[in-house]
Design a protein around this ligand. Structure first.
Ligand SMILES: Cc1ncc(COP(=O)(O)O)c(C=O)c1O
Length: 410
């Protein structure tokens, strides 16, 4: 007989203890780190895995015939398999290691066959990483960008998306979770609408992959992109998932070692994906660190983490709604633990600086989402973004710090 599954209550303190940096102070105050959408802190498991690899088995990958090269290659390719399992990719060959989410999107933009007049559909709440590569195609290849608006809560309308996609639409490139409004987009439905008209779909999962289980096959993504450093992993590593036939039809992004098949004086042929898109020495230790971050995250109770993060979001939104001198941005029914707001009459940078003096780290600015700022009618906002290790009491610290900021700024 199987032992009954015992669900332990979510223990945020036990989780925090695994993140050494959270014990430090900022400006003489206990650190309250609420800038997780920009980058998350790292657990010991990640720090140790990277150090252990460098101490114990380090060499370049794929090229060597010696023990260290083989061991490092094995660890690097094992990380690729972990990434594939993490997003339920059908095969590790669908996983391209990149230096971040930004590079992953640039690889797609550079690799697609775009003719003048071909269209890319994107939403107004995209991060610049999912805008500027498409502007390159507009400038360099005559592509046309078509913009999907959001409603006042930050939601999107599938009917409006459907109406935007035409016979020239090559790609719908859209966030899976907004880094400003927290809006989660209905990925499977978006893919269905795009595919019905013959367009491919790219999801920017840099935020969503951290908080939600992603199944690229269930949502039928042609491309799915995320980045390591927001997922409790290191910087310098990101992921481009692509369907194998879609990747195989794409031109390479950069030229160099490892991405070729044959190089002659007058001819070059290219390697199969994923290696076609991994020119030069890849971010080896970073990929292994990302694998460790995935191991760490998937060993946690992700459902309990999701409930905890929703509680953080709800507590923050409820408290901010009480303040008639604060305006909240983004209240879509499906929303992650990212809360953008403005303090009426104060510049978000001033607010963030005063909060920092109280140990509270938030982000202020345009969040690399200027078209969204224009849509919201602001030039910048403040943003508190939560991670699994944030305490509910840290929301209270945020609100208390905001009261002080308001006093100083009014
Ligand atoms: C939604 C979204 N997309 C893309 C990126 C870019 O990721 P990276 O800076 O790791 O390349 C970010 C980072 O802020 C993001 O939040």
């Amino acid at each position: 007989m199987n032992a009954p599954l015992i669900r332990r209550p979510f223990d945020v303190e036990a989780l925090r203890a695994q993140f050494p940096i959270l014990a430090r102070e900022a400006n003489g105050r206990a650190l309250v780190y609420l800038d997780n959408a920009a980058s998350a802190q790292k657990p010991d498991a990640v720090i140790e895995a990277m150090a252990a690899q460098m101490r114990g088995a380090y060499a370049n990958v794929h090229r060597g015939l010696h023990t260290l090269a083989n061991e490092t290659t094995e660890a690097f390719e094992a990380a690729r398999s972990k990434v594939a399992r993490f997003i339920n990719a059908p095969t590790p060959e669908s996983i391209v290691f990149t230096k971040g989410g930004t590079q992953a999107i640039n690889i797609v933009a550079a690799g697609l066959d775009i003719k003048p007049g071909d269209e890319i559909v994107l939403s107004v709440m995209e991060h610049h990483s999912n805008i500027v590569p498409w502007h390159f195609l507009r400038e360099r290849k005559g592509a046309v960008l078509r913009w999907l608006d959001i409603d006042d809560d930050g939601g999107i309308d599938l009917g409006a998306l459907d109406a935007l996609i035409g016979p020239r639409t090559k790609l719908v490139a859209i966030t899976h979770m907004s880094n400003v409004l927290g809006t989660k987009t209905p990925a499977a439905e978006i893919a269905r609408v795009a595919h019905a008209k013959g367009a491919k779909v790219l999801f920017d999962g840099c935020q969503a992959a951290v908080h939600d289980r992603v199944d690229v096959q269930a949502i039928d993504a042609d491309f799915y992109v995320f980045t390591g450093h927001k997922l409790y992993g290191p910087t310098g590593i990101g992921v481009l998932y692509g369907k194998r036939d879609v990747l195989a039809a794409m031109a390479p992004f950069e030229g160099g070692g490892e991405m070729i098949d044959v190089v002659e004086r007058e001819r070059v042929t290219y390697n199969e994906p994923p290696h076609r898109f991994e020119a030069g020495t890849p971010p080896i230790i970073e990929a292994i660190g990302l694998g460790a971050a995935i191991d760490w995250l998937t060993s946690q109770d992700r459902a309990a983490i999701a409930t905890h993060e929703a509680a953080l979001r709800d507590r923050a939104m409820a408290a901010l709604r009480e303040l008639n001198w604060v305006k909240l941005h983004g209240a879509a029914p499906e929303k992650g633990a990212i809360v953008a707001f403005s303090v009426v009459g104060a510049h978000p940078h001033d607010v963030a600086q005063i909060l920092d003096r109280q140990g509270v780290a938030i982000r202020a600015g345009h969040h690399c989402a200027q078209p969204l700022m224009e849509r919201l009618g602001v030039t910048a906002t403040a943003r508190a973004s939560f991670a699994c290790y944030n305490r509910l009491a840290e929301v209270d610290a945020l609100i208390e710090a905001l009261h002080k900021a308001r006093k100083l700024l009014s």
